[in-house]
Design a protein. Structure first.
Length: 382
């Protein structure tokens, strides 16, 4: 279990927090950037470097980027923090995300910019965005193995070439895009809209298709996303307020470290500690542990292939022998096909549905094995 939360002692209110490996950084309300090498126990603040913070912090390998009302500020990650001149954007930055050598900055009225050198040089990256990014407001951005994703005033777009070009990626999401939060965990991309969680389903080709995996409204715990990592997805939930984590792709959630006195608006993870930021500027700290999760062999389910000509190929694994029912449900959650309905031994198994059995569209594969169940969305391509 994660240890309970304790408040962090800092000289001023915190506006944003970020971390990488053992190092954590916090942007203070007075413009200073504080750093901690011990998981947030002690902090040292450098000279005033930030003003008009508008998009939080992004911690890269050798620098920290801050989104401000005048562009991106880059701070070299040496022990003595030395700010460098702002990147030549000159616009209000609303979102930052990065993976590998590529970083993107979303803006309030100028679409997306990209950098391939750790935030030193930037270029406009609007090809494929609505209006080519001109006068386009970006609300959120995320980066993962599935690509770069931005939510904007006209929907959601994804790039698989480091931000050089974009394609429509919002099929299946509600139209409440201004309230969307995005996160990547492993190969999967997630979006929380209106308290509900959606996952980009496999097999969608260049256009992402999303399917709902968790209804936070029905569960009386509306959810927004705070980040993800391999094997874990983090979010903030109301009723009562808590930092929550999911180890099964967002289907179920558990509180981390007991209840917080507020709904967190920011999260950073060092190797051993979690840092949660409240809207009032107080930073909270708890020792992290691996998210509690069922061993994969207990019940695993995945879609290996799904197309009109090949059909559906599904893999599942059982930790113990059990009666199994494996079915396909349509978008209305009505059962439309059955792949298996008998007892299976422990271990991995393969099930197939021949081509032509289903029309192209969005479906959910549902596995019931004894008292355990699992479901994954998928797209059957034409």
């Amino acid at each position: 279990m994660t240890a309970p939360w304790t408040p962090v002692d800092l000289p001023d209110a915190v506006r944003a927090v970020a971390a990488r490996d053992a190092l954590a950084v916090a942007a203070l309300d007075d413009g200073r950037l504080a750093r901690s090498d011990d998981g947030g126990a002690t902090w040292s603040a450098g000279p005033s470097a930030l003003a008009s913070l508008s998009a939080g912090l992004l911690h890269l390998d050798n620098a920290v980027l801050a989104g401000t009302a005048r562009g991106v500020v880059r701070v070299a990650a040496a022990r003595a923090w030395a700010p460098v001149p702002p990147a030549p954007l000159g616009v209000v930055v609303t979102a930052l995300a990065g993976r590998g050598a590529v970083t993107i900055a979303g803006t309030a009225r100028s679409g997306v910019f990209r950098s391939a050198d750790g935030g030193i040089a930037w270029e406009a990256a609007g090809r494929g965005l609505p209006l080519d990014g001109e006068r386009l407001r970006i609300f959120a951005a995320s980066a993962g193995r599935g690509g770069l994703v931005v939510a904007h005033a006209l929907g959601v777009s994804r790039s698989t070439d480091g931000g050089r070009s974009w394609s429509t990626a919002g099929v299946g999401l509600p139209l409440q895009v201004p309230g969307v939060t995005l996160a990547a965990a492993g190969d999967a991309l997630y979006a929380a809209v209106g308290g509900r969680l959606y996952r980009a389903v496999p097999g969608g080709g260049p256009v992402l298709v999303w399917a709902e995996v968790y209804d936070g409204v029905a569960a009386a715990r509306p959810l927004h996303l705070l980040g993800g990592a391999a094997g874990a997805l983090y979010g903030a939930a109301d009723g009562p307020p808590a930092l929550v984590v999911s180890a099964d792709g967002g289907a179920t959630w558990a509180d981390v470290g007991g209840r917080l006195p507020m709904v967190p608006v920011g999260l950073a993870r060092t190797r051993r500690w979690l840092l949660a930021l409240g809207a009032e500027g107080v930073l909270w700290r708890a020792r992290r542990s691996a998210p509690a999760q069922r061993p994969p062999a207990d019940l695993a389910l995945d879609v290996e292939a799904a197309s009109a000509d090949v059909g559906l190929v599904a893999r599942f694994a059982l930790g113990a022998a059990a009666p199994v029912r494996l079915v396909v449900c349509d978008a209305l959650d009505q059962e439309v096909a059955c792949l298996a309905d008998r007892a299976f031994a422990a271990g991995p198994h393969l099930a197939r549905l021949p081509g032509g059995a289903l029309a192209p569209g969005l479906y959910r594969l549902r596995l019931q094995a004894g008292s355990l169940s699992r479901a994954v969305p998928f797209v059957l391509l034409g």
